[in-house]
Design a protein around this ligand. Structure first.
Ligand code: ARG
Length: 386
């Protein structure tokens, strides 16, 4: 079997409730009673129409256990060897935006831990009815604004242009001189309340990038934040749904060095690096490869210099294979998405490249959900600001 056959990308917009189990689903899952089903589960392929998304008869699990197992079953994550070390903060009694904000700030502080990053998840109230739903609109707690420039180019992170426009519509003002690394505020929704709050810079650890050999690198003025904290995914334990449950691990260098800074659709720095290296993009066939290595070296070197925990892709690959062995020993078959597990540099030089994986989504898990501003409620909330 080719990797493509066992690992397929997100299948996208499947209609919900039209296939197997939809009747059971209606009965057992509060979620099914409204458009909420579509709004939340639209982007989760195989489980979206499954009764098991919310099975009242499912096994009783502590929320900590559900969260750890959700990490263990995350098919796109190479870092799962560490799933049992996840620290879970039970914030399920919180119902107001101020307290959500405070809990997020606390999360950033304790998880960053001065660079000795602690994998952490803060779990807010479970989904009961859409009227009381808690959501964080940001993709991650820490992200940089993106601005479209009059000349068609971008300043900052192009991936966040739409979200930056949304927070502006909600009243946020960018710094008077917008830059490439402006911190976005948090957008917190509790039922009908929507709040935009700036993060205190003191809880956002950032690393300035320099290269161990190329002195010019530092002058590029690049940096990245230390803590990747996904805040838009839904924790589905199999019994309950938590649409707001931000979680973090530590970075693998390539996430920043290859993708965030290297991708054409992101900071697009390969041509800049190539130029500094004196590579002729017309004549050198491998200028992108050489620039990628330099970017990745800079990221690993700089995080190490600052004592911020990060894993390189070769170590991460070895750890993932160890995870696979341990899972097999525990009688579980590892589910994984090949194209996400294989690192975006040196693919075939890592062990994870040379095998295939099963891809059966299992619960507990983290699910993608509809962007909140595209849900009916989100559109209404946004409408109040315009
Ligand atoms: N790839 C994302 C980013 O570059 C972060 C995803 C989660 N990564 C992690 N190491 N836990 O920001």
């Amino acid at each position: 079997m080719s990797p493509e056959e066992v690992s397929s990308p997100d299948k996208g917009d499947l209609p919900v409730g039209t296939e197997r189990g939809s009747e059971v689903h209606e009965e057992s899952c509060p979620f099914a009673a409204s458009r909420g089903v579509l709004d939340h589960a639209r982007r989760w392929d195989a489980l979206a129409d499954s009764a098991s998304l919310c099975d009242n008869d499912g096994p009783e699990r502590a929320v900590e256990e559900g969260a750890r197992e959700a990490w263990r079953e995350s098919v796109r994550c190479i870092g799962r060897l560490h799933w049992q070390s996840l620290q879970v903060v039970d914030a399920r009694s919180i119902t107001d935006p101020d307290s959500v904000f405070e809990a997020c700030v606390k999360h950033l502080e304790t998880a960053t831990n001065g660079g000795r990053i602690v994998p952490t998840q803060t779990v807010f109230g479970r989904w009961e009815d859409p009227g009381r739903e808690i959501r964080i609109w940001n993709h991650q707690l820490i992200r940089y604004a993106g601005y479209r420039q009059p000349d068609g180019g971008f300043l900052g992170d192009p991936m966040n242009v739409e979200f930056t426009e949304i927070v502006r519509a909600l009243g946020w003002r960018p710094p008077s001189a917008p830059g490439a690394f402006d911190l976005l505020p948090l957008v917190i929704q509790c039922g009908e309340q929507l709040q935009v709050r700036e993060l205190p810079p003191s809880v956002v650890l950032e690393v300035e990038l320099e290269h161990p050999e190329h002195e010019w690198f530092h002058a590029l003025g690049l940096k990245w934040y230390a803590l990747p904290t996904l805040s838009d995914m839904l924790l589905a334990t199999g019994k309950e749904l938590y649409p707001c449950a931000p979680f973090n691990g530590w970075y693998m260098g390539t996430e920043i060095g290859s993708r965030n800074l290297g991708d054409e659709g992101r900071y697009n720095l390969l041509p800049v690096i190539a130029e500094r290296l004196g590579l002729d993009c017309k004549r050198s066939l491998l200028w992108k490869d050489r620039s990628l290595v330099v970017l990745n070296e800079a990221v690993l070197h700089s995080f190490e210099r600052e004592g911020v925990r990060m894993v390189d892709h070769h170590s991460a690959s070895r750890e993932f294979l160890k995870f696979c062995n341990r899972e097999e020993q525990a009688g579980r078959e590892v589910q994984a998405e090949w194209s996400w597990i294989v690192p975006p540099v040196a693919g075939s030089a890592t062990g994870v490249f040379h095998r295939t994986y099963q891809l059966q989504p299992r619960l507990p898990n983290f699910l993608l959900q509809q962007e909140p501003w595209r849900t009916q409620r989100g559109r209404e909330l946004l409408g109040r600001f315009s």
